[in-house]
Design a protein around this ligand. Structure first.
Ligand code: HEM
Length: 251
């Protein structure tokens, strides 16, 4: 049943919406490519060239993901109210609000928020943390595994034997390398690979939880969260707790 009054709030500015959808498609493609790398044998991808090519494509999409993330991190300090980190990072007052919000859910009258509800805010913090871990571990792997920027030339210089130019060093090819440095680099990059892989699984489960929570809010609370990420305007069946009277318009 449609509620009588829908309160419309302008919430997400254009840079936040652009970030969200670029991030959505980049992470989806990175996960897809990552799973292809993981199940390469099962998919019949056996040649070294094909395996390196897969990594290269994954890294190129990874750059789009990292640049988008960096822009969003900066936008959090200069963007509109709901784009700001002050609205996202948990503050002292946040935990009292979280308790009140959980109480409102238990009472069957969940509060409405123009920005993230407190549970959503927690999930978003965790998501950003995981995205950052993926970005850092991915960039280190890109440099140490296939000698791609920004750390690739440093890694290639390290493994190159004396008198060999770093440009002559190729992925998964020991020609021209110093055996000890090569082994050291291998040891160094190992933990970054494990972190990258396990964080990818955690990220996947948080993404599924995030999608389930958005669907629940759309269906059970009559909140238009998906269209808000497209139009920037969120429609709520009740007044938002985090919006002043003069900052809202009723439609
Ligand atoms: C949310 C973003 C990302 C996801 C979900 C993701 C996922 C994955 C997965 C599942 C793998 C396979 C792991 C394995 O075979 O052990 C992988 C490997 C890899 N990723 Fe990512 N990745 C992401 C971001 C990035 C970024 C930003 C970069 C670098 C720019 C990157 C670089 C790499 C490299 C070089 C490998 C191959 C390393 C290896 O063989 O262990 N990834 N990624």
């Amino acid at each position: 049943m449609q509620p009588a009054n829908i309160y419309q709030y302008k919430v997400w500015d254009l840079p936040v919406r652009l970030f969200h959808w670029i991030n959505f498609f980049a992470v989806l493609s990175l996960l897809f490519m990552g799973l292809m790398m993981l199940f390469k044998k099962e998919l019949g991808i056996t040649s070294l060239e094909a395996r390196i090519e897969l990594k290269e494509i994954h890294v190129l999409i990874g750059y789009v993901f990292v640049i988008n993330l960096l822009i969003r991190l900066a936008w959090g300090f200069i963007g509109q109210r709901f784009a700001r980190w002050s609205q996202i990072w948990p503050t002292k007052a946040f935990f009292a609000e979280l308790k009140a919000y959980r109480g409102s859910i238990k009472a069957g009258k969940a509060f409405h928020y123009a920005g993230h509800n407190p549970l959503g805010r927690l999930a978003i913090n965790l998501l950003y943390l995981l995205l950052l871990v993926m970005a850092v571990s991915g960039l280190v792997r890109a440099g140490t595994d296939i000698y791609f920027p920004p750390f690739g030339s440093l890694a290639a210089s390290y493994v190159a034997a004396e008198g060999v130019s770093p440009e002559q060093i190729h992925p998964y090819d020991k020609t021209g390398t110093d055996a000890q440095h090569y082994a050291e680099l291998k040891e160094f990059k190992g933990p970054f690979g494990s972190v990258h892989l396990y964080t990818a699984w955690i990220l996947l489960s948080i993404i599924l939880l995030h999608v389930a929570a958005v669907i629940r809010a759309e269906v059970k609370e009559d909140e238009s969260l998906v269209s808000a990420m497209i139009s920037g305007r969120k429609g709520l069946p009740g007044k938002a707790r985090d919006m002043d009277e003069d900052g809202s318009s009723q439609g």
